[in-house]
Design a protein around this ligand. Structure first.
Ligand code: ASP
Ligand code: MG
Length: 420
């Protein structure tokens, strides 16, 4: 059994969906579980619907949603003949689910509505693709992954209940392969024990695919992307970026954690735990070798460069001059947990601490406010965090030229520089 994951860019047009089918024709035969993302920028578009709805702009929300409906119906019409009507009926059921909600007034918190609305993107894309596969002679079974992936109710960043989900996978997914070799489903979404939809965090489909790989004891997982493989830097920012053919789990988890947009950071653990190799392959040319990620130690890696924008630095100074190491650090980590924010970099002194964090969704303000009872707090925003693994003096100089350094942390392997 193998796991394939196709991202949004791989299914953002009729031609690309046709390309997906030609890839599957090559791999036909073995058992495949396929996870497909929402088409193109659908998730972003659905976020706009959720924002409009929660802001009380019902008509705007409905208009924005209408555009999403139209795109999907048009795509379905282009691709499908025999299965069009059945697919249209399925799409319309999902449309209705969302529209019902949009006619309500928001009474719960934003994240709840976000998940109920945004989850539909993957349901729509996979419905169309499943029908198209069937029409192209590729027998497959479509599954609503919300019946399988059980999560907690931490909307927008839900955690999978692995024990419950494993039982579902063994009892309900495994037997499907006796009927047809391909199971097609969604990533990124799940549901609570109350049947409320949840999402696992943006780009979460990679992680869902890895959870399936782990639970089905897959031989491998392949992520199909619109790039040649994993690069040593973002090619949009650094044209000289080059592909790395082979990486190990540690390297990738570090890259993803520091902000490389390669793979969702949670993806590696389920694969590493069972020694399942991860292939990153080019969707546009399946004959290219791509990148393999596995357990072996790899020598001679090039410098790996990751830039993270929108960073905030919080300076904390102990109010009564007690050492921060005594209780300050512990209390600060409790705050991180409560606010659900992860420090990207932390530097401690005797009576002061400096923490670099992603500046998003008002969390910095929350943290600064909560920390103010213990520390004098100062916040600096609009910073960039540069991380270079396997650095040398030359790369370091090139990437920091003309920038003002705010903070640096350096080991033999990795240098991190917070810059203005
Ligand atoms: N569609 C979701 C997103 O764009 C999840 C994913 O593609 O992994 O974030
Ligand atoms: Mg994606």
């Amino acid at each position: 059994m193998n796991i394939f994951k196709f991202g949004g860019a791989s299914v953002n047009s009729v031609e690309r969906i046709q390309q997906l089918v030609s890839i599957l024709h090559v791999y036909k035969g073995g058992k495949l579980l396929i996870v497909v993302s929402a088409m193109g920028k659908t998730t972003n578009a659905l976020e706009k619907v959720a924002e409009a709805f929660y802001g009380g702009h019902k008509d705007e929300a409905l208009t924005l949603f209408q555009q999403i409906k139209d795109t999907h119906l048009t795509t379905a019409k282009y691709l499908l003949v025999k299965n069009y009507l059945a697919a249209e009926a399925q799409l319309k059921d999902f449309f209705t689910e969302v529209e019902w909600l949009l006619h309500d007034r928001p009474v719960r918190d934003y994240d709840y509505y976000y998940d109920q609305i945004v989850c539909v993107g993957e349901l729509l894309s996979t419905s169309i693709i499943s029908a198209y596969l069937a029409e192209s002679g590729i027998d497959n079974q479509w599954i609503d992954v919300r019946d399988i992936i059980r999560t907690d109710a931490n909307f927008r960043d839900a955690a999978i209940d692995l024990t419950f989900t494993q039982q579902k996978v063994s009892k309900e997914i495994l037997p499907l392969f006796d009927e047809s070799p391909i199971v097609l489903t969604q990533g990124f979404i799940g549901s609570t024990s109350d049947n409320e939809s949840t999402t696992l965090g943006r780009e979460g489909s990679d992680y869902t695919a890895a959870v399936f790989a782990n639970m089905l004891d897959a031989e491998s997982q392949t992520i199909w992307k619109d790039v040649e493989g994993v690069m040593n830097a973002d090619p949009k920012l650094f044209p000289e970026a080059k592909i790395i053919r082979e990486l190990n789990y540690d390297e990738v988890i570090e890259m993803a954690y520091y902000g490389a947009q390669v793979i969702h950071p949670k993806t590696i653990k389920p694969l590493q735990n069972k020694g399942i190799p991860l292939y990153v392959k080019c969707f546009l040319d399946a004959t290219l070798p791509g990148t393999v990620i596995h357990n072996s130690a790899i020598k001679g890696l090039p410098p790996i460069i990751v830039l993270k924008q929108d960073q905030a630095l919080i300076h904390l100074h102990s109010k009564d001059f007690s050492f921060v190491g005594e209780t300050g650090v512990e209390r600060l980590y409790n705050l991180f947990g409560a606010i659900r924010i992860k420090p990207n970099l932390l530097q401690t002194g005797a009576v002061s601490l400096r923490v670099c964090l992603d500046d998003r969704s008002g969390k910095i303000e929350k943290l600064a406010l909560s920390a103010a009872s213990l520390f004098d707090v100062q916040v600096e925003k609009g910073l960039t965090l540069l991380t270079i693994r396997h650095y040398d003096a030359d790369v370091l100089a090139r990437h920091t030229a003309g920038r003002q350094e705010v903070l640096r942390q350096q080991t033999k392997e990795t240098v991190q520089i917070l810059m203005k």
